[in-house]
Design a protein around this ligand. Structure first.
Ligand SMILES: [Zn+2]
Length: 292
């Protein structure tokens, strides 16, 4: 596991120079080096540059960035770039976008919004990760693989609805056991066929304030979505392992993210990473004791 690190402490963070002109890259890296920064997490959101059209890959910029960082002795944490979708991908496969609790489907935009159970997303993400692992698994200064980015969120699409029913059948075995676990005789929710089970969303079983009618159903839906995203993580991890037997792999966790069961995720990761978001809007008010 310790193929490149030795006793060196890594000090650095996300670095995405492909998002600005190249003429400042080298001078920027020199400044970073002067600040004793010695590692960079790169390629976090580059899918559209790496694959400008389906099946057409271009690693030119990524190779330039790696070459420059290597010149200045940086360790590299290489991300898999699957956390933000290219526009062409959503245009060609619109069902890749998540459906929100109001039943509205996400179009191209923002990030972290691919449906984890969409087969086209899984196929295309796998292809990209395979291309990356083939090319970069043997980088001598590769310290870690960073898989996707800040997993979280829920999808309520038809693919997820069917995958949820499959997940529930494994969990409960028969529908009477599910009815008992969910206390679903409440308000005539008794289920007699798996096909009647729908994701708890505003058009089904969530109130306008976001509270569910059946708490057990909503909790199971979160567990199911956490498992779905974890399957995305292990899918990428297992592809990389085919090309790179030793470099540790991680993804960045965030506090106690409610969407995900981090205790189930941790055993699948070589190391735990944590994104720290300091609450910069909090103000500490100090009063003299005699005014209290
Ligand atoms: Zn979905």
């Amino acid at each position: 596991m310790d193929k490149t690190l030795g006793q060196q402490m890594l000090f650095g963070g996300d670095y995405n120079p492909e998002q600005w002109p190249e003429n400042s890259w080298e001078s920027d890296i020199q400044l970073l080096q002067q600040a004793h920064i010695n590692s960079a997490t790169i390629n976090v959101f580059s899918w559209a540059l790496l694959e400008p059209a389906e099946g057409q890959f271009d690693f030119t910029k990524l190779k330039k960035i790696i070459k420059l960082l290597t010149k200045y002795n940086f360790k590299i944490v290489l991300a898999t770039a699957t956390a933000a979708l290219p526009a062409w991908l959503v245009r060609q496969y619109p069902a890749v976008g998540r459906v929100n609790p109001n039943g509205i489907q996400q179009q191209h935009g923002k990030r972290h919004n691919a449906c984890p159970n969409n087969p086209d997303f899984q196929r295309l993400a796998s292809q990209l990760v395979t291309q990356l692992a083939e090319r970069f698994a043997n980088l001598p200064n590769l310290a870690y693989w960073h898989i996707s980015n800040e997993y979280g969120g829920l999808c309520y699409c038809d693919n997820c609805a069917q995958a949820f029913r499959d997940w529930l059948q494994v969990r409960y075995g028969d529908i009477d056991t599910l009815n008992s676990a969910w206390n679903s005789h409440f308000w005539s929710h008794t289920y007699t066929d798996w096909i009647d089970i729908l994701p708890p969303m505003r058009t089904t079983d969530l109130f306008s304030n976001g509270k569910p009618v059946l708490g057990g159903a909503a909790l199971d839906y979160q567990r199911f979505q956490s498992d779905s995203l974890l399957a995305n993580y292990t899918m990428e991890r297992d592809i990389i392992r085919q090309f790179d037997a030793t470099t540790p792999m991680t993804t960045n966790l965030m506090g106690s993210q409610k969407d995900l069961d981090y205790f189930k995720w941790a055993p699948e990761m070589d190391i735990i990473s944590w994104d720290n978001y300091p609450a910069t809007t909090l103000r500490l008010v100090i009063r003299p004791c005699n005014t209290i």
